[in-house]
Design a protein around this ligand. Sequence first.
Ligand code: HEC
Ligand code: HEC
Ligand code: HEC
Ligand code: HEC
Ligand code: HEC
Ligand code: HEC
Ligand code: HEC
Ligand code: HEC
Ligand code: HEC
Ligand code: HEC
Length: 495
Amino acid sequence: MLPSQRDAKSASEYPKSLSNWLELDYFRRPRRLKRVRGLLTWVVLLGSSALIAAITWLPGNRQIYQAASVSTAHALFNEDCQACHDAKFGTAKRLLSGDNAVRSVTDEACLRCHAGDVHHVRQVGKSACVSCHHEHQGLKAMARVQDSHCTSCHADLKSHTDTTKPGDADRPFRDVTTFLGGDRPHPPFFLSENPQDEGTIRFNHQAHMNPDGLLVAGSLERKTLRCTDCHQTDDAGRYMRPINYPIHCRDCHPLNVQVFGSITELAASEEADRFRNEPAAHPNGPREGPETVRAILRDRFIRFALQFPSVHTGRTRSEKSHPLPGRPKPVAAANPGRSAADWAEQQLGEASRLLFEGAGGCRYCHRVSAESSGEADRLPKFELPNINTRWFPHSVFSHERHRSLDCRQCHAQSAESRLTSDVLMPTIQSCQQCHNGKTQGARTDCVECHAYHAPHETRDSPRNLAIQDFLRGQAHPSSAKAHQVAPQLKTPLND
Ligand code: HEC
Ligand code: HEC
Ligand code: HEC
Ligand code: HEC
Ligand code: HEC
Ligand code: HEC
Ligand code: HEC
Ligand code: HEC
Ligand code: HEC
Ligand code: HEC
């Protein structure tokens, strides 16, 4: 304590000794913090260097050098920088030259694990994989490619097309800059003026969409059909499964057959009723045809005749002699009627005439391509259904994503169409109502609806990895060369 503080009285009495009270060398005296400061600086410097070294050289921590983790699909290789970075980072080179094309990831790195086929056999030039596929953007989908990567060619397609290679003759060049409007707007979905549905099954949508319902065969029940009674999406929810006769048509349009002629035996006539209630088979798969239907029916008639000989012998079973046990069997009486085979063949002739020649048989739905001929017992030939399962093979679509909409919002004509040849596909305008480019609209970027690479099946990607090699990011080295094959034409899936 200073004297002045100890004794206030003395301070006021002796003002001239004030300087004695102050400790003027206070700044010279050593302080504890200053003493350790140098040491602290070295500790921090060496410590952080060691930490950086540890992070760099110890496995499992290199992520601090990344702007963000790699995409979800590549998360397995997040630590394994070399899996992709197979070239120098070249930061200085990039900075000095200002060249964005200096890359630390070559196409070869990607091709070790992926098939890299380009887009179209006719395209001129190709970009590096990483120019479209940006990494280190966290969970953002890697395959979300900006439109500029497409319009770099598609805004002026002709000058990016190798016209010496064969192309699609009836596809004129249509330049595209955006999905909406613009001076080079997206082409309509059908390039031909008058598209046709080439299906051959006679079908009338209007008649089947009758709001009062339709009569189900063999009952008084009326059923009002909905679109989804006949059209169900595939497992991926993308496209509609093909129409199937047994599932979608048979209940109302069975292929009726019956046993002709009068039957006296009670059991046989009950069996004949059952026979009538079981319609003839319908071909299943393109390799089956009317012959299959007839062969199955022939078997049924023969089985019937063997089970009830009375229908062809004219004798019922009760008239048959029952052999007594222990006695020799009596010799069978000579057959007064026809053989079972003869009878079945005659029945089959009647049934075939109705099924294959009659207006209520196959011809109710199918077009005939060749009439029957008497010689060699040849049945008529019917055209294959040819129901299209993909309409826009150069784009992708998902019915599931639009499931809350009424089908008719896109397939506007479907409930009024009477002819198979009518095309019921949506127009581009129906899509643009929602895919409208506004902030509250659905997306309009090209990759929302288009793929870039040819479909997987047509490409050659490495499929021979062991799990351990896969985890190490080591695709089979020889496979990189294997996919440098010529790019395949993007083939429509329904070809
Ligand atoms: C799945 C592949 C992949 C993996 C794994 C990967 N990267 Fe990358 N990285 C890329 C791609 C692609 C680019 C963009 C390259 C370009 O545009 O030249 C990139 C860019 C970079 C850049 C920016 C510099 C440049 O060349 O553009 C850095 C820094 C970087 N990566 C660090 C890392 C580190 C560190 C790791 C490991 C922890 C790693 N990356 C793992 C694919 C990968
Ligand atoms: C012009 C831009 C562009 C270029 C260049 C490009 N891609 Fe793609 N890639 C896309 C688009 C768009 C998709 C998403 C649609 C699709 O699947 O085609 C995609 C999807 C992929 C997919 C995921 C789908 C699949 O097929 O498995 C892989 C893998 C892929 N690309 C690898 C590559 C590789 C390897 C290269 C370089 C040889 C490359 N890409 C070059 C645009 C491009
Ligand atoms: C390097 C140039 C180039 C780039 C980049 C390019 N395309 Fe193409 N594209 C072509 C050529 C060439 C054709 C075939 C034109 C012809 O033969 O009529 C084509 C055809 C198409 C077709 C028509 C259907 C088909 O597959 O045959 C679609 C759709 C398409 N491209 C979409 C895209 C999308 C989406 C992108 C961006 C992810 C893209 N293209 C990027 C050159 C390119
Ligand atoms: C009784 C079964 C049935 C019902 C119900 C039905 N369809 Fe179809 N649909 C078919 C058959 C069979 C075809 C193939 C023959 C054809 O193209 O007309 C077809 C074809 C289609 C096609 C593709 C053919 C083209 O030319 O574009 C569309 C789209 C379609 N239907 C939509 C609908 C919609 C929408 C509804 C409801 C309003 C509906 N269908 C109700 C049986 C049905
Ligand atoms: C948002 C518009 C939209 C809605 C809603 C819609 N469709 Fe489609 N539909 C399409 C487009 C686009 C295609 C062409 C797909 C392709 O093959 O590329 C298509 C194709 C079809 C086909 C032909 C087979 C196929 O998948 O290519 C049938 C059949 C069909 N739709 C029936 C229906 C039925 C039934 C509904 C209602 C449950 C429905 N669609 C709802 C747009 C729509
Ligand atoms: C719910 C019962 C029902 C189902 C399911 C059904 N139909 Fe029909 N269909 C009818 C009825 C009833 C008629 C008679 C309608 C009329 O003439 O107005 C008919 C008429 C027809 C006609 C004649 C149409 C005309 O314009 O004269 C054809 C062809 C036909 N159906 C084919 C099919 C095909 C193919 C399927 C399966 C994809 C099918 N139907 C599914 C009840 C059905
Ligand atoms: C009520 C309408 C209808 C009648 C009647 C009908 N079919 Fe079909 N048929 C279809 C439809 C719809 C398909 C396409 C869907 C399928 O394959 O199930 C088809 C498909 C076929 C196929 C191709 C099978 C395939 O999977 O590729 C053949 C062959 C065939 N029918 C022959 C016949 C013969 C023979 C008859 C007479 C005995 C007959 N159909 C009667 C509606 C009919
Ligand atoms: C909302 C969906 C959608 C968007 C977004 C979209 N397209 Fe399309 N595009 C289609 C459909 C559907 C077709 C018809 C495809 C077919 O016939 O197989 C088509 C056809 C095409 C064709 C082929 C025309 C031909 O020759 O058959 C090209 C090229 C094309 N689009 C390029 C683009 C480009 C480039 C973009 C981006 C600027 C784009 N599309 C955006 C749906 C879309
Ligand atoms: C009622 C508004 C609406 C209409 C009309 C509409 N879409 Fe969409 N579409 C959407 C919305 C919303 C999404 C996003 C859904 C999601 O991501 O879950 C979408 C997503 C898509 C996708 C991406 C599907 C996927 O694989 O994830 C495609 C492709 C598409 N639409 C094509 C079309 C085409 C082609 C048409 C016209 C025939 C069309 N849309 C009409 C609202 C619409
Ligand atoms: C060590 C193996 C490996 C390497 C190297 C690699 N990938 Fe992949 N990539 C995968 C696997 C595994 C998947 C997930 C399965 C699939 O989609 O094929 C994937 C998925 C993708 C996808 C689909 C992403 C999505 O969101 O669906 C794209 C695009 C892609 N890779 C592009 C590239 C590009 C570009 C390169 C080069 C920079 C590259 N990959 C290098 C293994 C690899």
